[in-house]
Design a protein around this ligand. Structure first.
Ligand code: SF4
Ligand code: MG
Length: 328
């Protein structure tokens, strides 16, 4: 099977000033196949959003993609003209952000924005676009869709606005949907509804879904495969079940340990000490070495490679260099 998206050795750097370079994405490779949900996980500042924006080619100065390839259905996106890339965005790849209020224009009605999108990418008459927009609003579970069509974004709840964003995202039936923290701004009950809806749409339109989140709870529920990011690199990559039950990277373990446990009353958030180092100031050696409870001498000297240590299970950590297979 051909991947929808294939990213190879991607590097996106930010040139802050003469001798300060933030290596926000630093040599990342992955593929996503049709129908799959792949999660990209990590704390804020780990490079998840920059990875997504790189795929979309929405990186602004002083940032720049300096190396790598990004192929979509076999086509090299980094060689396309700006005009062609604009066509790919929306048509083939759609992206949903955390706060739909910033993506929706407050001065236009919902209907206006969806029909504009439809008419830009598909040759529809005004009347056809209106019918299609209302149909899309119904598809994403918006009640009284023909009334909502004439409403403004501020008249809708956060959850309804995110449904509108999903409607716009699927309007051109993209083969890849990227969702960057799509439910972080929403109430817990609404979060589940929106995630369920995205998975339902993914299946209905046979899309691939790249789900960016800091929440391993969401991952366990929705993702087929997980890539854990730290310091601009993938540090662990495995099918969800393997990653959760046979966690190998100390950072992944830290993330799991910080999940609030429903059986316990204690607040365990913040189990990983310290914060993500800025991308312009990574420590020598392993980028997690300043926070890792397993740190050894060689960790401060060289950055480990991402190595396969089990079927489909990759980890970037010196602990596994001598045939060791688990963290215990
Ligand atoms: Fe920790 Fe060393 Fe592994 Fe880095 S390489 S995660 S510092 S044990
Ligand atoms: Mg982000």
């Amino acid at each position: 099977k051909q991947p929808v998206l294939n990213v190879e050795s991607l590097k996106t750097y930010f040139y802050l000033n003469q001798d300060q370079i933030a290596k926000a994405v630093d040599d990342i490779s992955f593929s996503i196949y049709p129908g799959e949900t792949v999660a990209l996980v990590g704390e804020s500042g780990s490079g998840k959003s920059i990875t997504a924006l790189s795929v979309m080619q929405l990186i602004n100065k002083p940032g720049r993609i300096i190396d790598g390839t990004i192929q979509m259905d076999g086509e090299e996106l980094l060689q396309l003209s700006a005009k062609k890339m604009t066509k790919i965005r929306g048509n083939d790849i759609a992206m949903i952000f955390q706060e739909p209020m910033t993506a929706l224009n407050p001065v236009y009605t919902i209907g206006n924005q969806i029909t504009e999108m439809l008419r830009k990418h598909k040759k529809l008459t005004k009347k056809e676009a209106r019918l299609r927009a209302i149909e899309l609003l119904q598809t994403v579970g918006i009640p009284r869709a023909s009334e909502v069509f004439d409403e403004y974004p501020h008249q809708l709840s956060g959850g309804m606005r995110q449904r509108v964003m999903i409607a716009m995202a699927i309007s051109c039936e993209p083969s890849l949907l990227i969702a960057d923290e799509p439910t972080t701004a929403l109430d817990v009950t609404i979060q589940a509804q929106i995630l369920d809806l995205m998975v339902e749409m993914k299946e209905k339109f046979n899309m691939a879904l790249l789900l960016i989140t800091h929440d391993l709870g969401v991952v366990s529920e929705y993702a087929d495969r997980v890539m854990v990011m730290y310091g601009g690199q993938i540090v662990e990559h495995a099918p969800t079940k393997h990653l959760l039950r046979g966690t190998k990277h100390p950072y992944t373990k830290g993330l799991l340990d910080s999940l609030p446990n429903l059986d316990e009353d204690v607040d365990r958030l913040g189990a990983i000490k310290g914060t993500v180092p800025p991308a312009s100031d990574f420590p020598n050696g392993c980028r997690f070495s300043t926070r890792c409870p397993y740190v050894m001498e060689k960790c401060t000297q060289s950055n480990p490679e991402l190595e396969q240590i089990d079927t489909n299970h990759y980890v970037r950590c010196h602990l596994y260099e001598d045939g060791r297979n688990s963290l215990d």
